[in-house]
Design a binder for this molecule. Structure first.
Ligand code: NOJ
Length: 561
């Protein structure tokens, strides 16, 4: 047997836009591509990605074969956290374009059969939002301050009101100067100080966001990604969390935490679901929710709440058969009772790219880029990443791809300190470099930066490694063994997978993951030994060129029967 990597047999070739004839909503099995807007494509030549740049590259996504794109925030923002600090929820930052550009993007995407999901950052506003500016100006006890969490400090006012911590390091409280110039109250920010938390118990907040949700649904977006969903409720009276000194923001391990995954958050989600249900077209709500285990996660996708939620346990799992299988089983078992599909995620704009992660001795992801650089075998990481792509795309449910993973991009770990922009870098006292290394602008074409990301001669907002000349879209399109070709083949074949959630494990040894979905079989060899493929079925796609055996760190899709 000699199976070419990425080979797509003619009898299995499908029309990429074929309608599967399923009555199930699109989002149950959708592959959604995360567009990190600042780094996707720059049309206006300012070194920063923009909506027109994205629109000009939509055919890449249609060719790739994804169903939808999720676009990170494009709203007017001071960019203290890359746009997750929103100053106006109903407009587009001039650096990214205009509302008319967004309308044109939606129209073109829909013409290509691509759905569009926008990002809603509702736990916090920008400190430049008119509400927060009014709150600062109005002073203690004012109705303007009641939309946020302003409190007097402890210890005569000089200490933060409680022990809560910021996801970017340090205390979650910042003290303000009152209008008379004196040091005054403190306000809460679970992220950067430029991102004050809203009080979701306040009716103004609820009503304002009802209007914002409608604004984007009326404009024709197909879905909304809910940023930092577990943050949107706090325990009454804001009690101490009991964090030990120097604690990190390890939300996946917290139980009964007063500032994360508090049950009242579900009232907000139900409110939004009711609004979404008024609209035709299977609009999607998907949450970002790092919580303690699949059972807590399943609460976000109960029938009257959100439709799907990212499965970050998948992203955090190491390259280990038992660990990965435990996540699959735990996820499917927890989601079945609420009837929600899984959404598998390997990378995002917040985490070390998985080519790099899988090349390290410790291959699970840390929290928000807080893992220090470690020795990395990038060839091994890429090999595993390609196998992981076939594993991920064979599982029941949907998947989220992060831009650049279809090119096999590694984390850029040697960005000069002076270009780092992630607030993590400053907040950690320069001990954690943060997330910029996964946000380096995409290489599209050409043999030197900006690699078609910006017009020639423009310097992108983060420098691209010269070695990315071999990883451009243009180069990989021509190479049938490239990672891009592998993703294209997998996404086309995937459309023929059964669209139910059934999965049957096979026992091919402790370090092998193997399962059937209907006539489709996925086999991933995580052991140190080759695995004979004889008798396992007809290989239709493999993550590397293989013969009659599946080498370590490779995956195969086969058809049985
Ligand atoms: C999650 C987003 O993905 C991340 O980039 C951002 O920093 C935080 N939420 C705060 O909005």
């Amino acid at each position: 047997m000699g199976t070419a990597a990425n080979a797509l047999p003619a009898d299995l070739e499908l029309d990429a836009r074929a309608d599967r004839g399923s009555a199930r909503p699109w989002w149950r099995t959708a592959v959604v591509y995360e567009v990190y807007l600042r780094s996707f494509a720059d049309a206006d030549g300012d070194g920063l990605g923009d909506v027109e740049g994205l629109r000009s590259r939509l055919t890449h996504l249609a060719d790739l074969g994804v169903d939808a794109l999720w676009v990170t925030p494009w709203y007017p923002s001071p960019m203290a956290d890359g746009g997750y600090d929103v100053a106006d929820y109903r407009d587009v930052d001039p650096r990214f374009g205009t509302l008319a550009d967004v309308d044109a993007l939606l129209a073109d995407a829909h013409d290509l059969g691509l759905r569009v999901v926008v990002d809603l950052v509702a736990n916090h506003t920008s400190a430049e939002h008119p509400w927060f500016r009014a709150a600062l100006a109005a002073g203690p006890g004012s109705p303007e301050r009641a939309r946020y969490f302003f409190r007097d400090g402890r210890g005569g006012g000089a200490e933060p009101p409680n022990d809560w911590i910021s996801a970017f390091g340090g205390s979650a409280w910042t003290r303000v100067r009152e209008p008379d110039g004196a040091p005054g109250q403190w306000y809460l920010h679970l992220f950067a100080p430029e991102q004050p938390d809203l009080d979701w118990g306040h009716p103004d907040v609820q009503e304002e966001f009802d209007g914002i949700v409608r604004f984007w649904l009326d404009r024709g977006v197909d879905g909304i990604r809910v940023d930092a969903a577990p943050a949107m409720a706090k325990a009454p009276d804001l009690p101490d969390a009991g964090h030990p000194p120097g604690a990190s923001f390890d939300a996946g391990s917290w139980v009964g935490n007063p500032h994360w995954d508090v049950d009242e958050v579900h009232e907000v989600l139900r409110r939004w679901r009711r609004i979404g249900d008024e609209y035709a077209g299977d609009r999607l709500f998907v949450s970002e929710a790092v919580v303690n285990g699949p059972e807590r996660l399943s609460r976000y996708v109960r029938p009257d709440e959100l439709h799907t939620t990212f499965n970050f346990d998948w992203l955090k799992a190491p390259w280990d058969a038992r660990a990965l299988r435990a996540v699959v089983d735990g996820t499917l078992a927890a989601l079945a009772p609420v009837g929600a599909p899984a959404t598998w995620v390997l990378s995002s704009h917040d985490e070390t790219r998985h080519v790099t992660r899988f090349g390290r001795a410790h291959s699970g992801a840390a929290v928000m880029g807080f893992d220090a650089a470690a020795p990395t075998d990038l060839a091994l990481g890429l090999r595993r990443a390609r196998a992981a792509a076939l594993l991920t795309l064979a599982l029941p449910g949907g998947a989220y791809l992060y831009q650049g993973e279809e090119l096999g991009l590694p984390e850029v770990e040697d960005l000069p300190e002076e270009v780092l922009q992630d607030p993590t870098w400053e907040r950690s006292g320069h001990t954690a470099r943060g997330r910029d290394g996964c946000r380096v602008p995409l290489p599209w074409s050409g043999d030197r930066p900006p690699f078609g990301f910006s017009p020639d001669g423009v310097v992108p907002w983060l420098p691209q490694p010269p070695g990315w000349r071999d990883l451009t879209v243009a180069v990989q399109r021509e190479d049938p063994s490239s990672t891009l070709s592998l993703y294209r083949a997998a996404l086309r074949l995937r459309r023929d997978l059964p669209d139910d959630d059934a999965l049957r494990w096979l026992d091919l040894g402790a370090d092998v993951l193997a399962f059937d979905r209907g006539p489709w079989r996925c086999v991933v060899n995580l052991s140190r030994h080759p695995l004979p493929l004889t008798g396992l079925g007809r290989p239709v796609l493999t993550s590397e060129q293989v013969g009659g055996e599946l080498p370590p760190d490779t995956a195969a899709w086969l058809v049985t029967g």
